[in-house]
Design a protein around this ligand. Structure first.
Ligand code: WTA
Length: 659
């Protein structure tokens, strides 16, 4: 039977992909029996399990007094209290030993093919110490915030680790965000220093970045200094007394490559990362030192089965949590070799990823379903040009991977053999929560499979009662884990109300899911007003506030529309100020407006001008109805509370004209 036929018949029989039994012995978790034992043990004795993991994986300068102090009421969670450690020490210094110090820590592939830089652990240590000394010279101390707004260049990793060396808290803002988005994030965290670059190289083009930083800094009183990495050759204006070049700073005579690390408490803040929520203002998710690093290292080891000689590549951008945990902190804490790529999958050709896999003989490859779907469209010829035989484990993250994309990935990249770990997690969880363990877990395409050992994931109804097999419900985690967020920066109330108020004694993920009779999780998507565009979380409220900030707009409602490649795309309903007539110029203007307010990723693909939006008699927009319209469905559910049912008919017509 051909491979394709085999896959097809497996699918029809509702069968599953069994891991290659021969490879089990070498894997970190060697089979489901071992998984069951670990999981049971971790749930029965979480303190024993996580305490051991923290001791095995990290170097502590002084031992922790307790593993966990949990209080769901306040809420407050403390992991490894009293323990002292340092993240840059764990990611660098302790690897400076024979056999490891000259190992590649970071293999950086620039956007132009010839731009490759390799940093051994020793070299990375030197660069991190030098930049930490620069930050120190700028007055950065323990606890200070440093904002990083940079493309995928090694200096970003260096700056992150330099912050952790000093105990400063980094806040990375994805370089695709606009100056306005940057400004609000810098302002919220009151960062003292901004590190940015002149430009971003993307798909053969140079895109200026510094002007965005300049614009943002006009309204960021906390920022005293701005350090600029030179990546392009474009002209840059520097503000006297505030701005300086990275290369000048790092080469200054008084900058040495010795910089002692700060001994940090396990619960000292490590970084803030902003993520969209269901209100307009992004939440500053705070992760702390000991628990986060333990969890990042632990999951990298178990889920990706990283071995000493492996070349590991996660294709995410470090501006998102996946890059934080699985390009930088997890792999470097383990002393692994991590690939960092500046470019995009489709330039110059849709084979760039496979060419890089072949070039560096990558063993573990972690990407997003949207990338797989986009590359699938280009045809499998592109995958055949290269030797992908080095690969051992494939991963997926960011959204559910549809079985079609799963099978394509499995067949064309995995040679019909390799396990795909579909990893469910969130910015807030710090690391992977639900995922297969490679060579242990039997795989069902489209399912993230089982919760990792020690992760108590459940599906419940709104009233908290357990949902039955295959019944859709709310995904909650009802036991703490070391990588969990510790607060929303500056807003403990929001921390409580968003995550701990829905279900007593549990963390609420905000995702809908079901669990089948084998205990396999099938994630269905967000239950709140957050949409997932190409694996990126976008708050509809954030886009709506951008739209209504435009002078011609009175009201806006944004929903996700199903999209073949992106998963979802942004669809906005807009009502205009009276007297305004919609036309193409206004349409373009509104799209450009959102680009400027938030960034290109937030630009609506469709804008439908409407005379009115469906509202309840109390004036609440019925988003459910708006979502159904873009899905092309007429099953609106209960619409008896609609103030003016006629609005819906108009909207359906408008939608037909647009699509
Ligand atoms: C979604 C990214 C299905 C989910 C790591 C979650 C997924 C949100 C998966 C978090 C997956 C992530 N299957 N859905 N394997 N991974 N999601 O914070 O809706 O950017 O709540 O973290 O992405 O997005 P975030």
């Amino acid at each position: 039977m051909s491979e394709e036929k085999k896959i097809e018949s497996l699918q029809k029989d509702g069968q599953i992909f069994m891991p290659d039994v021969e490879k089990r012995e070498e894997a970190w978790v060697g089979g489901m029996d071992e998984y069951e034992v670990l999981h049971k043990r971790a749930l029965e004795d979480p303190e024993g399990y996580w305490g051991e993991r923290a001791t095995e994986l990290l170097t502590w300068f002084s031992d922790f007094d307790s593993v966990l102090e949990a209080d769901y009421e306040t809420p407050e969670f403390k992991w490894f209290s009293g323990g002292r450690t340092n993240v840059s020490y764990n990611c660098l210094d302790r690897h400076l030993v024979d056999g490891r110090r000259n190992k590649a820590a970071l293999i950086w592939q620039g956007e132009p093919e010839e731009d490759v830089r390799v940093y051994t652990y020793q070299m990375l240590h030197t660069e991190v110490c030098r930049f930490a000394n620069v930050l120190k010279k700028k007055g950065v101390k323990r606890g200070d915030r440093v904002a990083l707004y940079m493309p995928m260049i090694p200096e970003l990793t260096i700056a992150m680790l330099a912050c952790t060396r000093l105990g400063a808290v980094h806040s990375i803002v994805f370089a695709g965000f606009s100056s306005i988005a940057l400004q609000s994030r810098i302002d919220d965290s009151a960062a003292r220093v901004l590190v940015t670059s002149d430009a971003v190289l993307r798909a053969g083009k140079t895109i200026a970045l510094k002007p965005n930083a300049d614009e943002a800094l006009k309204d960021c009183p906390s920022v005293e200094q701005c350090i600029v990495v030179q990546r392009g050759t474009n002209d840059v204006s520097m503000v006297e007394g505030r701005d300086s070049w990275w290369h000048d700073e790092i080469n200054a005579e008084d900058i040495t490559s010795e910089c002692p690390y700060e001994e940090m408490d396990a619960e000292d803040p490590l970084f803030i990362l902003y993520t969209s929520g269901s209100t307009g203002k992004p939440k500053g998710v705070l992760h702390t030192t000991g628990g986060y690093l333990t969890y990042a290292a632990h999951t990298t080891q178990h889920v990706f089965d990283v071995k000493d000689d492996d070349v590991y590549w996660c294709t995410a951008d470090i501006g998102w949590i996946t890059g934080h945990s699985y390009i930088v902190y997890g792999p470097l804490a383990l002393g692994a070799t991590s690939v960092m790529f500046e470019g995009v999958p489709s330039y110059p050709n849709p084979d760039r990823f496979w060419q890089i896999v072949d070039k560096f003989k990558v063993n573990i490859f972690y990407t997003a379903p949207t990338v797989i779907r986009a590359l699938m469209r280009e045809g499998e010829e592109w995958t055949r040009k290269y030797d992908l035989g080095s690969l051992r484990v494939l991963g997926s993250v960011g959204e559910p991977i549809n079985p079609e994309a799963w099978l394509w990935y499995h067949k064309n990249i995995g040679g019909g053999k390799l396990p795909i770990v579909d990893t469910w997690w969130q910015t807030e969880t710090g690391g992977i929560m639900i995922s297969a363990l490679p060579y242990a877990t039997p795989l069902k395409p489209g399912s993230a499979t089982r919760a990792l050992p020690g992760i108590s994931a459940k599906i419940v109804r709104r009233d908290g009662s357990p949902a039955g097999p295959n019944e859709g419900g709310h995904l909650i985690i009802d036991k703490p884990w070391p990588g969990m967020l510790r607060t929303v920066w500056g807003d403990p109330e929001r921390y409580k109300s968003t995550y701990f108020s829905g279900f007593s004694g549990a963390y609420e993920a905000g995702d809908g899911a079901r669990c089948d009779e084998d205990g396999y999780f099938w994630i269905m998507g967000r239950l709140d007003d957050v949409i997932n565009v190409s694996g990126h979380r976008m708050g509809t409220a954030e886009i709506e506030s951008a739209l209504v900030a435009h002078a011609d707009v009175t009201e806006a409602a944004v929903v996700g529309m199903p999209h073949e490649v992106k998963g979802e795309t942004i669809y906005a309903y807009v009502t205009l100020r009276s007297g305004m007539e919609p036309d193409d110029d206004l349409l373009k203007d509104l799209k450009a407006w959102v680009r400027k307010e938030i960034g290109p990723i937030a630009t609506p693909e469709f804008i439908q001008f409407a005379d009115g939006l469906p509202k309840t008699r109390s004036g609440k927009i019925m988003r459910r109805v708006l979502r159904k319209i873009v899905e092309g469905s007429d099953q609106f559910g209960d619409t008896s509370t609609l103030a003016d049912p006629g609005v819906v008919t108009d909207l359906i017509e408008g939608n037909r004209d647009l699509i």
